[in-house]
Design a protein around this ligand. Sequence first.
Ligand code: ADP
Ligand code: ADP
Length: 226
Amino acid sequence: APLVSLRGVGKTFSNGTVALARLDLDVRPGELLSLLGPSGCGKSTALRILAGLGEATSGAVDWPGAAAGADHRGEIGFVFQEPTLMPWATVADNVWLPLRLKGVPRRAAMPRIEEALARVGLASFAASYPRELSGGMKMRVSIARALVTRPALLLMDEPFAALDEITRFNLNDDLVRLKNELGCTVVFVTHSVYESVYLSTRIVVMAARPGRVVAEIAVDEPPARD
Ligand code: ADP
Ligand code: ADP
């Protein structure tokens, strides 16, 4: 069974913009699914609805494996295009945030904060401030923050789009490694064909006016890079 499904999801914003027509999408356990399509085709809208950050105007979001009425958002990690770190807080305190919101004291959270930072290669930067880090490193902190709750589902909205090509290249590799280590399910929004082919186990191609799925491509295994 899918981890989560969008069933006939439509979204019309209050200004009349139809962002999604009637989107059907299954997210399968353990996959790295790319939502690929041109800017404005409704990828972010679909991702936000999956995350519970936005309401669908029509259709339904189903979590077949979850108990009725349960709040699923605790099991979701979300990585935004901008790293959105708190500039006044250390790297460790930024990563602590999702656990802090669940009431986990800093001392109790520390082993998990350290583990999350180690996974993204920033173990020695716990006491640093965001301004001391490069763009790629800030994005890694943002990924550590999304992983610290050990979510079953990691949603990423064009996370590397604002970074230079070499940094993006490195982070793509790290994401594949992390996903394999953690065994979590990832939905990755991108408008880069290269990124979707390199990263994904499956690609769903969307088109605009109004947002809908036009193709689905299975990628057996992400290709090895020479
Ligand atoms: P993508 O992520 O594929 O670039 P989006 O989901 O961000 O696409 O946007 C889909 C469409 O909905 C676009 O036409 C966009 O301008 C519009 N849109 C997105 N958010 C809003 C909003 N809050 N209010 C009105 N229109 C919006
Ligand atoms: P990324 O490694 O995320 O691609 P950048 O390429 O923007 O980051 O790195 C900019 C600078 O920060 C480089 O000098 C790089 O060596 C340094 N840097 C990046 N990650 C680390 C790290 N984990 N430890 C030490 N230095 C790092």
